[in-house]
Ligand binder design. Structure first.
Ligand SMILES: [Zn+2]
Length: 341
């Protein structure tokens, strides 16, 4: 039986975020682990309708689990966030809050997609020195997408940005106004892979795939249905940044904050953390090559220290929400977290 409490924290610019602290029946005997969600979802994305979620497994193995709702979370008010804002304002504040709440000077992190890119930015800029082990899924410093998705980003993002400040997979269920209805109609015309309107809108929002974010055969029916409540607003401001980064092949800052480098790969990373990179071999949102390149980048800094796991048969988010992830993926994550750094 798990219990949870919401622990509010203020990002460095005053934006109100929160952590979900999950506990089991026994006291954790391992240190804190921070889980960081991606774009257009929320902290709850790590608790899919499966027999054993990653949260269950971490708690069972004695970890003290903290789920971060950063400014991209759909539990928080829509805002035109950038990766820079998350890297400078949100993640360092979340890490400090966990350190303060637990009294542990060191923590570990499991980070996914845009939670991973932005957290990697914090790490290489030297803003989260308390984090000793980082398990990253899908993409970190080098976003690589299929060529058709890059074309879509370059063509569609400037046009859609003029029409709406946000995309929202909930439009599949409730569309009000011209642009939401136009996009709902476009998705209905072009996506026939299932009858879940949010699943199809999420595929449209995050790239080119049917579906884009998981392989249907990796999800159970309950999780496929649960997706309907787990995806909502994503700002075009983010898509503008990721389009620049995809074209450059690496993460670039867009806000000119003096604490962040212009190019996150142009200087040695200011982190001593050990990295474990996960990449779904069948990921069509961000290709596995994304993580291969960042692993190579860290290998050059310190050889035979970091690790890379290319997961056969897995896509993007099914690494965490897949029906067999507890058998196929979570033991790898546990093993990486358990290793002495
Ligand atoms: Zn579907």
């Amino acid at each position: 039986m798990l219990t949870e409490r919401i622990v509010p924290f203020e990002a460095a610019d005053g934006f109100a975020c929160n952590l979900i602290h999950v506990r089991g029946e026994r006291e954790p005997d391992k240190g804190p682990v921070l889980l960081v969600h991606g774009a257009g979802v929320r902290a709850n994305v790590f608790r899919a309708r499966v027999q054993t979620s990653l949260v269950d497994m971490l708690v069972d193995h004695g970890y003290d689990v903290w789920l971060e709702n950063w400014r991209a979370s759909i539990d928080l008010p829509p805002n035109p966030w950038t990766l820079d804002q998350a890297a400078l304002y949100d993640h360092p504040a979340a890490v400090k809050k966990v350190v303060a709440e637990t009294g542990s000077p060191e923590i570990k992190a499991v980070i996914h997609c845009q939670g991973s890119t932005s957290f990697a930015m914090s790490a290489v800029a030297g803003l989260v020195p308390q984090v000793t082990t980082i398990v990253s899924n899908a993409v970190s410093l080098h976003p690589v997408v299929p060529r058709i998705s890059e074309f879509k980003l370059m063509v569609a993002v400037p046009i859609v940005s003029m029409l709406t400040p946000y995309l929202n997979p909930q439009w599949g269920l409730h569309a009000e106004g011209l642009v939401p209805n136009l996009i709902k109609g476009l998705v209905a015309l072009t996506h026939h892979e299932c009858d879940n309107a949010v699943c199809k809108q999420a595929s449209f929002t995050f790239g080119t795939g049917a579906p884009t974010l998981w392989r249907h055969e990796n999800l159970n029916a309950e999780t496929h249905e649960w997706i309907k409540q787990e995806f909502a607003h994503v700002p075009l401001r983010f898509f503008q940044q990721i389009t620049r980064c995809v074209r450059a092949g690496r993460l670039l800052s867009v806000e000119a904050f003096p604490e962040l480098p212009a190019d996150f790969t142009a200087q040695p990373p200011r982190t001593k953390a050990r990295w474990a990179f996960l990449a779904g071999e069948r990921n069509v949102c961000f290709l596995a090559e994304s993580q291969v390149r960042t692993f190579d980048f860290f290998q050059k800094v310190r050889r035979d220290y970091h690790s890379l796991h290319v997961l056969a048969g897995y896509g993007h988010l099914d690494v965490f929400i897949g029906k067999d992830a507890a058998a196929d993926v979570f033991p790898i994550i546990l093993d990486e977290l358990d290793r002495a750094h």
